[in-house]
Design a protein around this ligand. Structure first.
Ligand SMILES: C[S@@+](CC[C@H](N)C(=O)[O-])C[C@H]1O[C@@H](n2cnc3c(N)ncnc32)[C@H](O)[C@@H]1O
Length: 392
């Protein structure tokens, strides 16, 4: 295969090095600005190609030896000094706001947590005899003994699983909060899993322990089910929820609408400062957990609705709206209905700055006060944000 000598210009929004080869752009993972390397082409398209480093000619001072030794695993920034990765994410959000929403000077300094590694409280692993993952955009399976982004409790479960006969298992989800849950697709003997684990599901059926497991964020307790969403980095989540709270005017006469509320975390976090909070969530498991969470925290002024935001907000009234949608952002109907509610403030929690910037443009009549990026996913290119919008 032909090798090409290239020099990296900068990193793209997915953490890949950008180089130019014969006038065409090539994206090369694991390559930093100003580094020179021999690369091979792994994909050649009309407008761009993908490359892979074969050997380095010049390495950057910002390069570090990574704890994760896996290839193509999703740790797209593991080779970059952490301070530089934070700068990169801050700049990336600023550039996206400028490019897609024509906004300058609204993006504040990125907030980060205590843990750069071993922070994830949930992983989904593919299984082929052993736990592992498929390389990005490929069917090549890579077995693993450890997952360096995951908490040690998860790594303990991986080592137990890898000693078992996994020939009839295709996937496992491991959630490690204050208690541990394992969700198995397929069949296996679970005798050795029972000791460290509080809950085991096999093919959607509870086969051991409790239906839900406990987590806590700050002073609040949360029960989480097998299919319910929960933020993956507990330490950064607390900082993020506190930021949402900091931004909002506290007023016991006001009603807050928490759209895409998951297990009710933000609703319950805000409840003591407002007259009432209404949360909307489409996932039934998460909705059931939200109601349990209201009970176990003895909170009375919160109500949850199970359904699609676009349909359920139609006739609701609120002074403040908090939204935390999936990566795809808000739907057109959702935006139309939020505008109809006409809240004085909107707090938009986002895991994708591009869809956030797109939606800001559509929230006519609102002005961005500030956006705070959060490093919820260290070592990856992903970046969470809390954006505050005020009625003009
Ligand atoms: C990023 S999570 C946020 C959850 C919560 N705010 C938290 O911090 O844990 C997005 C949530 O939106 C829910 N969801 C996705 N589409 C929805 C829709 N159309 N209507 C209501 N909820 C939806 C998902 O099930 C998920 O729980």
């Amino acid at each position: 295969m032909d090798k090409y000598l290239v020099k990296c210009e900068k990193i793209d929004d997915f953490g890949r090095g950008i180089v130019f080869l014969d006038g065409k752009v090539m994206f090369v993972p694991d390559l930093l600005p100003n580094e020179e390397a021999y690369v091979i082409k792994t994909l050649d398209k009309k407008k761009y190609s993908l490359g892979k480093v074969v050997s380095f000619v010049l390495k950057s001072d910002d390069r570090v030896l990574s704890k994760c030794k896996n290839d193509d695993c999703g740790c797209s920034l593991k080779h970059l000094k952490y301070e530089k990765a934070l700068e990169y994410k801050n700049e990336k959000v600023k550039n996206i706001f400028k490019k897609f929403a024509s906004l300058d000077d609204v993006v504040l300094k990125i907030v980060y947590g205590d843990k750069k590694w071993n922070y994830r409280n949930k992983v989904t692993l593919k299984v082929k005899g052993k736990c592992g993952y498929f390389k990005n955009n490929s069917h090549e399976f890579v077995p693993i003994d450890r997952h360096e982004l995951a908490k040690e409790d998860i790594n303990n479960i991986i080592s137990i699983l890898n000693k078992e006969d996994l020939s009839n298992v295709s996937e496992v989800i491991i959630k490690a909060y204050d208690e541990i849950m394992v969700v198995i697709k397929g069949y296996m003997d679970i005798s050795n899993l029972k000791k460290p684990v509080s809950s085991i599901y096999m093919n959607d059926k509870l086969v051991y322990g409790s239906k839900y497991i406990y987590n806590h964020i700050g002073d609040l307790k949360f029960l989480v089910g097998p299919e319910a969403f929960f933020q993956v980095n507990d330490d950064v989540t607390l900082k993020l929820y506190n930021k949402v709270l900091d931004y909002l005017p506290k007023d016991k006469n006001k009603t807050v609408l928490d759209l895409y509320c998951g297990t009710g975390t933000i609703s319950l976090f805000l409840s003591k400062y407002y007259k009432n909070v209404i949360g909307i969530e489409i996932n039934k498991d998460a909705y059931l957990c939200a109601n349990l969470n209201k009970e176990i925290n003895d909170i009375k002024n919160v109500n949850f609705i199970c359904g699609d935001v676009s349909k359920e907000i139609d006739n609701l009234k609120a002074d403040i709206v908090v939204v935390d949608p999936p990566r795809a952002g808000l739907s057109k109907e959702g935006i139309r209905d939020i505008l109809k509610i006409n809240p004085e403030e909107i707090v938009y929690v986002s895991c994708d700055p591009v869809t956030l910037a797109r939606d800001i443009n559509l929230l006519n009549g609102y002005k961005v006060v500030s956006d705070t990026p959060f490093d919820m996913f260290p070592m990856t290119y992903h970046c969470e944000s809390v954006c505050v919008l005020e009625r003009r």
